[in-house]
Design a protein around this ligand. Sequence first.
Ligand code: DAH
Length: 357
Amino acid sequence: MSKIDSVKKNIEAGKKLVKDIESLEKIRLQFLGKKGQITDLMKGLGELNPEERKSHAEELNNIKNDLNNFISLKSETFDDEELSKQLSSEKLDLTLVSQITEGRIHPITQVIDEVIAIFADLDFCIAEGPEVETDYNNFTALNTSENHPARQMHDTFYVNSKTDEMPNVLRTHTSPVQIRSMLKGKPPFRLIAPGKTFRCDNDQTHTPMFHQVEGLVIDKNSNMGHLKGCLETFLREFFETSSPKMRFRPSHFPFTEPSAEVDIGYKKDGNQIIIGEGDSWLEILGCGMVHPNVLKNVNIDPNEYQGYAFGVGIERLAMLKYGISDLRTFYDNDLRWLKHFGFVPLDIPSISGGLSR
Ligand code: DAH
């Protein structure tokens, strides 16, 4: 038997032994590897006379192509088998979700989801920042210098940091996310940043950890009128009322000029608060036009860009909308409370489907 014939026979025998990706690789090496049987015969072609060389080369190439085809077909089959094995072992039973009847979405999560749904509809994107923040981002970059009285008002938790010069803090508001976002990107900006905030304060109306959502819009011509329209839309959507009563009151924040606080009109009906009616006012958020110094601190030219910012307390929103009267109950982890005030997991808030049902 010629050498070629015996290699052919070996290949046929080898093929029968292939049962997985490893044995396929073995046969590839055995015949097509550096020291493989086909490779060896190829190397020997040079010693043959021209006539034989041509016919042998042709035959060897055919054998080689056949084997390559066999290998790629088999490897596809093995890949498919592997994939379906993996898919069936990682099966996810989606009907399980509809069987969840016990768990509830916490009102804070619900309100954050509602706020996100409203602002996403207004083309805002979501930004994030860390809860342990540098003193610089939390205060200095926001135009709150070392001796600024606003620092005292924030009852800051200081965190040990590695270097003495630059203390870290638990962020006292979500405003430092403005700084991080502007340093990371290029104007225009249109973002909200919901998240946890911390202040060393604990009584009936304060908890050491609470939540805020920050808003920031920077472009070439956004003004107080846009800010007012944006907040009006937000409050109308959030409180699901056609005409929220709101008023802007002059205020002061180091990072905005001019600054304002927004009050929302309400009336009391027994124990119930009805938003959008009556002559009583409740402070609901702080806002203003971003201070030129803040823009300079993030390398944005205040002669070219301007914009507005706002900060809202999530707990306050939740209390007003869902009639929760004591702030501290949010963090009592009382399952009866959660069952009463919580939300069904799959009722995901959306503008088209309804925020709260
Ligand atoms: N950071 C302020 C606070 O925690 C809230 C706030 C006020 C945010 C005005 C803003 C703003 O962006 O413009 O009290």
